[in-house]
Ligand binder design. Structure first.
Ligand code: NDP
Length: 307
């Protein structure tokens, strides 16, 4: 029986592990399929306070893990495939093992939705990114392309015009899911070129191990074109990792955990931290802050219960 199990080993999970570890709760962290979370697939992180020269994403997250281990946190490979939150102790299935815990911190994150082209997957971190705030800075005076037609795509395209020479926004239809205000702002930006009814066929640059261009296809005429590109930002949404909790936790229409104040969920003893609940900020530092909040609430609950 564990005092606290933390699902996820990104910024939120690791921070929760540092705090609950330091509180003497011996947290168990279940790493998940994408160990280290989204930071593990970014390159340099320049906006995490405390690192004036920046730090590599994988290094930052590994440092957090080591810090948590110093305070007695235990890390376990694997991901939760099933959960029973109907009563305490909560039960979690990891492969063929069931784990019992008094409290649970869900920090399983959200995964960027990708186009799932083999060339795109191979060039993630080498010119392909899912986070303009994280990686836009590296494309000063470069040619940038954004994929998507929602608010994120509009926001990222606008943001990226601060850096790029030009930003092409490629969308598969001729109408947008984005809100009117966000769309109009992007349309009014002279540095954004809209390319409509168009899909990505292939990302170029495998030989150089760095994006050099994108092969596009007009989905109405079938015509193919190649555009030179240095940075490709895929902004086609995120998928929160909440599958094992469907039907048990309050989730919104897109599957994000609904907060019941602070780090609380609708279930007493189950807390949320990071991108699994946050669709707005999605930053390493906000996830870390949320991990800290969840840890403090866990600690107080266990203390009140005499554990
Ligand atoms: P959305 O789901 O709103 O939009 C995703 C976009 O990606 C759609 O245009 C969709 O095309 C396109 N897309 C999806 N899959 C593919 C694919 N395989 N290939 C090509 N294109 C694809 O996601 P967002 O991340 O934009 O937004 C998520 C939520 O967050 C929304 O509720 C949004 O309003 C909100 N948000 C709000 C912001 C703000 O207010 N400042 C900023 C950012 C997000 P199609 O339209 O054809 O389906």
């Amino acid at each position: 029986m564990h005092n606290v199990v933390i699902i996820g080993s990104g910024c939120a999970g690791n921070t929760a592990a540092v705090y609950t570890g330091r509180a003497g709760l011996k947290p168990l962290v279940i790493k998940g399929w994408e160990a280290g979370g989204q930071l593990s697939i970014t390159s340099e992180v320049e906006n995490f306070p405390g690192f004036p020269q920046g730090i590599l994403g994988p290094e930052l997250v590994e440092n957090m893990k080591q810090q948590a281990e110093r305070f007695g946190a235990e890390y376990m490979d694997g991901a939760v495939s099933e959960a029973d939150l109907s009563k305490r102790p909560f039960r979690l299935r990891v492969e063929d093992q069931w784990i019992e815990t008094r409290t649970l911190i869900i920090a399983s994150g959200a995964s960027a939705r990708w186009l799932n082209l083999p060339s795109e997957q191979k060039l993630i971190g080498h010119g392909v990114s899912s986070c303009a705030t994280c990686d836009g800075f590296f494309y000063r005076d470069k040619q940038i392309m954004v994929i998507g037609g929602g608010d994120t795509a509009m926001e990222e395209a606008n943001f990226l015009t601060r850096f790029g020479r030009n930003v092409m926004l490629v969308h598969r239809r001729d109408t947008f899911r984005a809100s009117k205000i966000m769309l109009e702002r992007a349309q009014a930006n002279p540095k954004i070129e809209f390319i409509m009814n168009t899909g990505v066929e292939e990302v170029l640059g495998l030989e150089q191990n760095s994006v050099t261009g994108v092969r596009l296809k007009n989905l109405v005429t079938g015509e193919e074109t190649t555009r030179a590109v240095d940075g490709l930002f895929v902004a086609i949404g995120h998928i929160p990792n909440t599958k094992p909790f469907v039907g048990q936790l309050d989730l919104d229409a897109d599957g994000y955990i609904v907060s019941h104040g602070g780090a609380r969920t609708n279930i007493h003893g189950v807390f949320h931290a990071g991108d699994v609940q946050d669709r707005v900020y999605r930053q390493a530092i906000t996830a870390a802050g949320a991990g800290c909040m969840a840890a403090i609430e866990t600690e107080r609950l266990l203390e009140a219960e005499g554990h």
